[in-house]
Write a protein that binds this ligand. Structure first.
Ligand code: 5GP
Ligand code: ZN
Length: 113
């Protein structure tokens, strides 16, 4: 999508601190980190939200989770980590290109705010 911030990062038209990339997914550091490690993992193809995902998106959605697992190990996160998809404005989604938040390096409370 031409006007999507995260599509522009995929196309290298906007800068980002890249962490990992494969054929389906891209990971980069969040510019406003909410934890010592805060990385966003996105599909390279534009999908607006989890709610907009289709059955054929299943492989890429799985890839996001497994890329998070690998990055968490590589980042040396100890004591657990939090994985979050904000879905829709009411849940705090502000960028409408699916992104998995990987947060680590501090304790997390439940329920989330
Ligand atoms: P959301 O609120 O949609 O779940 O998360 C969007 C995330 O994208 C936020 O954590 C925000 O800090 C991050 N973000 C917004 N703009 C940029 C940007 O230009 N670059 C990077 N790396 N992260 C961004
Ligand atoms: Zn996009």
């Amino acid at each position: 999508m031409d006007d999507c911030l995260f599509c522009r990062i995929v196309r290298r038209e906007s800068p980002a601190r890249l962490v990992k990339e494969d054929d389906l997914a891209l990971a980069f550091r969040d510019t406003n980190p909410q934890a010592p490690t805060h990385i966003l993992i996105i599909p390279k193809a534009h999908i607006q939200s989890i709610d907009a995902a289709r059955p054929e998106d299943e492989p890429v959605l799985g890839r996001l989770l497994l890329m998070a697992q690998v990055i968490a190990r590589e980042e040396g996160i100890v004591g657990g980590y939090r994985l979050v998809f904000n879905n829709g404005r009411g849940a705090g989604q502000t960028v409408f290109h699916i992104h998995l938040h990987l947060l680590g390096g501090r304790p997390f409370r439940w329920p989330p705010g």
